[in-house]
Design a protein around this ligand. Sequence first.
Ligand code: FES
Length: 138
Amino acid sequence: VLMALRLAQDEYGVMDEAVIRAVGSYLELPLAQVSEVASFYSLYRHKPAGKYRLAVCNSISCMLCGSESLIRSLEVHLGIKVGEVTEDGLFSLHETECLAACSMAPALIVNDETYHYNVDEAKAQALINALREADHGA
Ligand code: FES
């Protein structure tokens, strides 16, 4: 169920009821069984996200090293709050639990795959600019 949900999320971008139903139907499992798995794990996204999902760790090491102010600066720079998507659909901002990069706090991960360490406001803005440029070049 976990892998099927993950593949469906990668394909459709969001874990809405239609996706959960489709996974349940494919696996021949009751909707409730698939739905409770989908709602338990925080890595399943139940709201639309941006093309680039920026998730800032806000667990203790990162918090002590400035993740709160990093998140606030990202909110200002992107013009959105945590959990929202930019108007152009390019970025969404999220908080996440420990990314196991505590010695390089604050840490940020893009699309659950690409880690960035010791992120300050300047590094975050450079990252956003680089992702925008990469997107325009795509
Ligand atoms: S507390 Fe942020 S990576 Fe561990």
